[in-house]
Design a protein around this ligand. Structure first.
Ligand SMILES: *Cc1c(COP(=O)(O)O)cnc(C)c1O
Length: 369
């Protein structure tokens, strides 16, 4: 039984374990470590829908509204609760930024130490600030994410540490709850699900969730899973490890995805596909989504929107998006909040303030009223 000092669920806690406990590997002895993650909005996007056409409905699953600003919180509540149940005192992870933010917050919540390995200089300031402020021990290594994950696998063999990267199967279990929420909101699965792909844990988790709910009779269909990688970091698309991945979308700057095989299984069995988007397309989509739908997401998240635009603009062989039936439902996951990485958002465009005197008529004049 949990000790009295262990974190427990409070009546007003509506985290994903509380909401979906029958579908998750927890028992009465699992101390639940939660920040009330999940239950994120599925936002109807009328202008995005119009751009897709054919009477389709596009909805955006806004995962930036999780407690640390990305979907990583869904997996972290599970991984950290199980680590606590197993008596671990410390967790370790490699991260492109969001995993470390989530790990740091949930480790603090669990009363555990948190060590994060980051590729030096390749993390957005917002995410780095989160890791520091939540109290993690931050190690910046002279190597990329893939190298950091190799080191975490080695160090994680020590009894002292529990690994909380998505190679920890509990991460995938927690993340699959996003599919449950979508089906609960829509009353059925969408026809197509679009999302960015980095280490490929999330596409694996979504597909698992969709299949489990379908098997329970909660949906009449399974969606086609459509994933987008950044053109400079696209190992799954090219079917080849990328030794020096590059992209402005740091959260998907990964050359050797841990869940590569599972992602291929999701793509193939769902009748979906993987494709690439350029950094320019990602930044264009990021700006478009903010300025047209009022949804500000980080660059990696915009890959799913950029991908949808690409599929609609230029039909290619065997594209499930282009072959879509009229009146279909498409869900795009946008994985992280735009405020995570304001440097990229600001430096990619030329914004200017309108300068005025502290005077009503000068302000109105400058505005053209
Ligand atoms: C982690 C992350 C991704 C990539 O997810 P994978 O499970 O690694 O494929 C995409 N976007 C954001 C914002 C992320 O934090």
């Amino acid at each position: 039984m949990p000790e009295a000092s262990q974190p427990t669920i409070f009546a007003n806690d509506h985290g994903v374990i509380q909401r979906y406990r029958n579908y998750l590997p927890v028992t009465d002895n699992t101390p639940i470590v939660s920040l009330s993650e999940g239950s994120t909005p599925l936002i109807h996007a009328p202008r995005l829908s119009a751009r897709v056409g054919k009477g389709c409905t596009v909805l955006v699953k806004y995962e930036g509204l999780n407690p640390t600003g990305s979907f990583k919180d869904r997996g972290m509540t599970m991984a950290m609760s199980k680590a606590r149940e197993n008596g671990s005192k410390a967790v370790i992870c490699a991260s492109t930024g969001n995993t470390s933010a989530a790990a740091a917050a949930y480790a603090t919540r669990a009363g555990m130490d948190c060590v994060v390995l980051l590729p030096a200089g390749k993390i957005s300031q917002g995410k780095l600030a989160q890791a520091f402020v939540y109290g993690a021990k931050v190690v910046a290594i002279d190597g990329n994410f893939d190298r950091a994950l190799e080191l975490v696998r080695e160090i994680g063999e020590m009894d002292e540490f529990e690994i909380v990267n998505s190679i920890n199967p509990y991460r995938i279990e927690g993340q699959k709850t996003a599919s449950f929420e979508i089906i609960d909101d829509l009353g059925d699965a969408p026809h197509i699900h679009v999302l960015p792909v980095g280490n490929a844990g999330n596409i694996t988790a979504y597909w698992k969730g969709y299949r489990e709910y379908h098997a329970e009779g909660k949906s009449t269909r399974l969606p086609k899973m459509v994933g987008f990688q950044a053109a400079g970091s696209a190992p799954i698309f090219y079917n080849q490890v990328v030794t020096a991945p590059e992209t402005v979308a740091t959260a998907i700057r990964i050359g050797n995805p841990a869940s590569w095989e599972a992602a291929n299984e999701a793509l193939n069995t769902s009748g979906g596909k993987i494709d690439i988007v350029t950094d320019a397309e990602i930044l264009e989509a990021q700006g478009w989504l903010a300025a047209n739908e009022g949804i500000f997401v980080e660059p990696a998240s915009a890959a799913s929107i950029a991908g949808l635009f690409k599929c609609c603009a230029k039909p290619c062989e065997g594209c499930p998006v282009n072959a879509i039936e009229p009146e279909s439902t498409i869900v795009c996951t946008v994985t992280g909040h735009g405020l995570k990485d304001i440097d990229t958002a600001l430096s990619a465009r030329s914004f200017r303030t309108i300068d005025a005197k502290d005077d009503r008529s000068d302000i109105l004049g400058k505005l053209g009223y």
